[in-house]
Design a protein around this ligand. Structure first.
Ligand code: CP
Length: 308
């Protein structure tokens, strides 16, 4: 199989195992390309991509932009804070105006869950979800899975614990879908106020004690506390959260085995993870960022192959 089963990348939920394997295989190829002296290929020379960011981003925005440039696509960038959205223009009107400039693909980050799906139903372009509210962040899960695969050679049977603010995390949901599709075992850890009530319906067990969770896993994905998405206080203080669920070097070194540390970023150093853990040999946080470019090149290249 050399084609994705989907026309858009809206979420990991819509991909099958073969799609994920194809994206990993293609990303492997592009990782070789971006490590050559000439890092550019002409694959998307005839394609125009609009990057629409209605919410802040550092890694995802830069990574998509670099991936598009490495593939020789033409790109236009849009950020809502400096656009006519602030004058009341709707999402559909904004996007249709951009599409009338003959855009083939749209990469969109939006604060509302389902925004990418909504767009895919209303506009004639391939849509890539770059994060929709607390729903999904598919390219983050793909780069995370690819980074684990690179480290261990296989995802099947790997124990992965996702720690922290699972309730507000699109990274957590996308990773749960992806890791389970690829045969990994996934558990979550955090205070119950930060864990979705119905998480067990996804086949995910909750561990409330951090040391127990870390001793079970091969890989720990540490999540940022998303204070900007919390309308009410869900824990007494960041200091207390950090004492119970923060990972420091002393705890890391006291575990039964050497686990791998991941974080999607941005990191709140000293809250969910200390600097010496984030920068330790067990951390693959910067590998995740590097792999993000190859994964996004793969996704864009494969979706472009579905343009009529
Ligand atoms: N991981 C991630 O989505 O980071 P940004 O919000 O900086 O894009």
């Amino acid at each position: 199989m050399s084609k994705l089963s989907v026309n858009h990348l809206l979420g990991i939920k819509y991909l099958n195992k073969q799609d994920i394997e194809l994206i990993f295989e293609t990303a492997n190829h592009f990782k070789n390309v971006i490590n050559r002296p000439i890092k550019k290929v002409p694959s998307l020379r005839d394609i125009t991509i609009a990057n629409l960011f209605f919410e802040n981003s550092t890694r995802t925005k830069l990574s998509f932009e670099l991936a598009e440039k490495r593939l020789s696509a033409d790109i236009i960038n849009f950020s809502s804070s400096s656009s006519s959205v602030t004058k009341g223009e709707t999402l559909i009107d904004t996007v249709n105006n951009i599409l009338s400039m003959k855009v083939d693909m749209v990469v969109m980050r939006h604060p509302n869950p389902g925004a990418a799906y909504f767009l895919s139903q209303h506009v004639n372009a391939k849509i890539v979800n770059a994060g929709d509210g607390a729903h999904e962040h598919p390219t983050q899960a793909l780069l995370d899975g690819f980074s684990i695969l690179e480290k261990y050679g296989d995802l099947k049977g790997r124990n992965v614990v996702i720690v922290g603010d699972v309730l507000h995390s699109r990274v957590a949901l996308s990773n749960i879908f992806l890791l389970q599709k690829m045969g990994a075992n996934v558990k979550v850890c955090g205070p119950l106020t930060l864990i979705p009530k119905h998480i067990s319906s996804l086949g995910v067990e909750v561990i409330t004690d951090l040391r127990t969770a870390l001793n079970w896993c091969d890989v720990a994905m540490m999540l940022r506390i998303q204070l900007e998405r919390q309308d009410i206080k869900l824990f007494p203080s960041l200091r207390e959260y950090s004492m119970l669920y923060g990972l420091d070097k002393q705890l890391l070194d006291s575990l039964k085995k050497k686990i791998t540390i991941m974080h999607p970023g941005p990191i709140n150093r000293g809250v969910e993870i200390t600097s010496d853990v984030a920068d330790s040999k067990q951390s693959i946080i910067l590998n995740q960022v590097e792999n993000g470019v190859a994964i996004r090149m793969a996704v864009l290249y494969l979706l472009a192959g579905r343009i009529d």
